[in-house]
Design a protein around this ligand. Structure first.
Ligand SMILES: [Zn+2]
Length: 337
């Protein structure tokens, strides 16, 4: 059995901005306002630190409306008041109901997949999964959403599908984005557009103005939402969408980064040589070494800003500068060569 990795420390930071980039009323570009929330989330892909940035419309024409837009995709990563990803939650449900595992076995399975957890936590996840599946449009929801409409001139809807493991059912979740309210959740095998429309029907029946729709790139979700609300603007979750199409590029980039880091590792030897040297040349060499060190710390933010490419470009710039410096030195003191 492979040892569970230590997943408490986040492996990467991901910043999310709202999928809706422009004000639905005046069309002006939204501006960043504050951090809506930030937390470490344990997912099946490791722990990520998620920052959800809240944006607002800066236009005076829109008046004193304090409405904040944030990323539906970030909200969809985990349930409120938990630090486990929806993918983990979906897996717990699958292990319990499809594979008939006990809580002890579920805990073991999660730890094996690198999700650090205890039996008590697994039990809580299981309970949350049950709560999630009971989500529906009730009188209470209607009152909540009336308030959302007053504050935001309408509701915004998002829908995602989370697949715990290949070949199994997909857990579909419908949310109201401003409030984070879960309006429906269901496990579906095929997840065809008509099945998804049936899931959305009670939401449509509430007849609230829908000022925006958000989802990932899955075609059946898009068709279902567009058919139900043909006049509402539609946005893809960029991160999800890009992650899917950019994955091969990100993988190659990671190899490039590892390779460059390996070749630059030799700088420790050079650092030892110049450490106590106070000559001008040694000082210049130290500056270059510091530059190389800082390059190695580059992290980027894939998929839009690839760390490997960034390191490569910066390393090239340092190399060029170093060559210029050496050729100048040769030109000024030819006798020394
Ligand atoms: Zn506006």
């Amino acid at each position: 059995m492979p040892l569970p990795k230590n997943r408490i420390i986040p492996e990467k930071k991901v910043y999310f901005h709202p999928e809706i980039l422009h004000c639905p009323d005046c069309g002006i570009k939204l501006k960043r306002h504050h951090t809506a929330w930030k937390k470490n989330i344990s997912t099946l892909q490791g722990v990520i630190q998620v920052w959800n940035m809240a944006y607002f419309c800066p236009s005076e024409a829109c008046g004193p409306l304090r409405r904040y837009f944030r990323s539906a995709q970030a909200d969809a990563l985990c349930m409120k008041h938990t630090s486990y990803g929806f993918d983990v939650l979906a897996l717990v449900g699958d292990l319990r109901f499809k594979q008939h595992k006990t809580i002890g076995e579920i805990t073991e399975a999660l730890n094996e997949r690198g999700v650090a957890t205890s039996e008590r936590n697994s039990m809580r996840l299981y309970e949350r999964y049950l709560v999630l599946l009971r989500a529906s449009v009730t009188d209470h929801t209607r009152i909540q959403l009336e308030k959302v409409v007053q504050e935001n001139k309408g509701i915004m809807l998002s829908m995602d599908g989370v697949q715990p493991e290949k070949g199994n059912e997909t857990l579909y979740v419908v949310r109201e984005v401003f409030s984070g309210t879960i309006l429906a959740a269901k496990n579906l095998k095929s997840g065809s557009a008509s099945e998804l429309m049936a899931l959305l029907q009670p939401v449509k029946d509430m007849n609230f103005p829908v000022i925006g729709l958000v989802s990932d790139g899955q075609q059946s979700i898009r068709i279902a939402m567009e058919t139900m609300w043909p006049n509402s603007p539609y946005q893809y979750c960029q991160y999800h969408y890009l992650k899917d199409i950019a994955k091969p590029v990100v993988d190659i980039d990671r190899k490039l980064k590892t390779g460059i880091k390996k070749t630059l590792r030799g700088i420790r030897e050079i650092e030892k040589v110049v450490e106590k040297d106070t000559s001008d040349e040694a000082e210049i060499a130290k500056d270059y070494l510091a530059a190389v060190r800082s390059i190695l710390l580059e992290d980027g933010n894939p998929p839009l800003d690839l760390p490997g490419i960034r390191i490569y470009e910066n390393a090239q710039a340092v190399q060029k500068s170093l060559e210029n410096c050496l050729s100048k030195k040769r030109a000024s003191s030819p006798e020394k060569g």
